[in-house]
Design a protein around this ligand. Structure first.
Ligand SMILES: C[S@@+](CC[C@H](N)C(=O)[O-])C[C@H]1O[C@@H](n2cnc3c(N)ncnc32)[C@H](O)[C@@H]1O
Length: 244
């Protein structure tokens, strides 16, 4: 009976957000923080070894912190591919709290989550209460335009598929947080990576939780230098690529 119900929903929801979103459930990861399992894709939004520790290690420490420390930049544009729950955005906000750095943050998201799902992530436990309150308050507005979250941060979540994303500006740091290539190869092929690469400044960094021979070759061909950085728990290595 449930099979029939899901088939009906499949038909009703074809080409619509719900088809993607209705088969989702929270699971607890190795560091106690939650992630979402998307049964349509067959994968979690974050590492099962620890959602928050992966976010802090891959995107904040190896991406943003590295960029700020090596360049001394005080105005940083961040582009995230796959905004999802906003965990990486929240950890960015937390990182900025004691820094004199301004961030303009653009998240690309093809299938935005409902506010009620974001509110149930439990990520309030990982950031200052004012950051959490501003984020929840601004989330729906951020899906339609640029919103100021606090004195350090502005947010826009561009509700679009990656290949339709356009921008007249270039970014300093790219958080590439697509589902794994085995589940969503179209997010990691040369066309997708080239599409993202055109929005990166010279000297800008692209970080992602994975590293493969294909990814290294593609990024080199797109004009990036490649570093193998230590991976988040559960992964030996990850990629940091810097645009030449
Ligand atoms: C691994 S999850 C990202 C997790 C997210 N960074 C977070 O902290 O919750 C991948 C995200 O990519 C989104 N996505 C999948 N296909 C997409 C596409 N073609 N264009 C834009 N976003 C896409 C999914 O909806 C999902 O939110």
């Amino acid at each position: 009976m449930f099979g029939l119900l899901f088939s009906c929903l499949d038909l009703m929801c074809e080409n619509w957000n719900l088809k993607y979103l209705y088969k989702m459930e929270f699971v607890t990861t190795g560091d106690g923080s939650k992630t979402l399992f998307n049964a349509e894709i067959g994968e979690c939004y974050h590492s099962k070894h620890g959602a928050v520790q992966e976010s802090r290690h891959v995107f904040i420490k190896t991406g943003l912190d590295h960029y700020v420390q090596t360049t001394g930049a005080t105005d940083v544009g961040i582009l995230e591919v796959g905004f999802g729950t906003g965990l990486n955005f929240l950890q960015t906000a937390d990182f900025l709290s004691d820094k004199s750095v301004q961030v303009d943050y653009v998240g690309i998201e093809g299938f935005p989550l409902p506010l009620s799902t974001i509110a149930a992530t439990g990520y309030d436990a990982t950031v200052h209460p004012t950051v959490w309150a501003s984020y929840l308050n601004a989330y729906e507005q951020a899906l339609t335009g640029n919103v100021r979250i606090n004195e350090h941060l502005k947010l826009h979540i561009d509700h679009t598929l990656l290949m339709n994303f356009q921008s007249d500006r270039l970014f300093d740091v790219v958080y590439f947080d697509a589902f794994a290539a085995v589940h969503q190869p179209e997010m990691w092929n040369d066309a997708a990576l080239a599409h993202v690469a055109q929005f990166v400044k010279s000297g800008g960094v692209f970080v992602t939780y994975a590293i493969t021979g294909n990814l290294k070759r593609s990024m080199k061909a797109l004009g990036f230098s490649i570093e193998k950085a230590p991976g988040a728990p559960g992964k030996r290595e990850m990629l940091r690529a810097t645009k030449l």
